[in-house]
Design a protein around this ligand. Sequence first.
Ligand SMILES: O=c1ccn([C@H]2C[C@H](O)[C@@H](COP(=O)(O)OP(=O)(O)OP(=O)(O)O)O2)c(=O)[nH]1
Ligand SMILES: [Mg+2]
Length: 151
Amino acid sequence: MIDVELKILDPRLGKDIPLPAYATEGSAGMDLRAAIDEPLTLEPGETALVPSGLAIHIGDPRWCALILPRSGLGHKHGLVLGNLTGLIDADYQGPLMISCWNRGAQAFTMQPGDRIAQLMFMPVAQARWRVVEAFDPSRRGGGGFGSTGVS
Ligand SMILES: O=c1ccn([C@H]2C[C@H](O)[C@@H](COP(=O)(O)OP(=O)(O)OP(=O)(O)O)O2)c(=O)[nH]1
Ligand SMILES: [Mg+2]
C-alpha cells in the first residue's frame, strides 16, 4: 500500500460521484469515473478526452500509475483508450484525463459518473545506461519475433 496525494478538481467527486476505490480486497485497479456534465456519445471510431475530476501526485519516482480499459466495456462495447494505455508519471500534477476511444461498430454513450476505465499503481525501475561494445552471449541472442516457434 502506498500513500498518494489526491486533489479533487470537480466538486462532485467524493459526493455525487464516488472517489476511485478498490471494488474488492484483491482488486488491482480502481475504477475511474467520467466527470462530465452531460451524457457523452462516442460514435464508432471517435475519441474524446474525458476528465476524471481529480489530480494525483505520486511523488516517488519508484512508482507510476497506469490507466487501463475496463474489460467488460472494452470487450462488449468497444470502449478502450485512445492511447491504448495511459502512463501517469510520478511527477505529474495535472488533471488525470482518460482518452476514450470507441473502437466498436456501435455508438457508445457514457453518463456522468460512469466507471469508464481503471487506474493501477505499478513499481518502476529507472535505468541508467552502461554503454558496452559487446554483450555477453545469451541463449536467445538476437532471436525474436517468433524465433522460438509456435507449438
Ligand atoms: O491517459 C493519460 C496519459 C497521460 N496523462 C498525463 C499524465 C502523464 O504523466 C502526462 C504525460 O503523459 P505521457 O508522457 O504519456 O505523454 P506525452 O505525450 O509524452 O506528453 P509529455 O510530453 O507531457 O510527457 O499526461 C493522463 O492524464 N492520462
Ligand atoms: Mg512523455
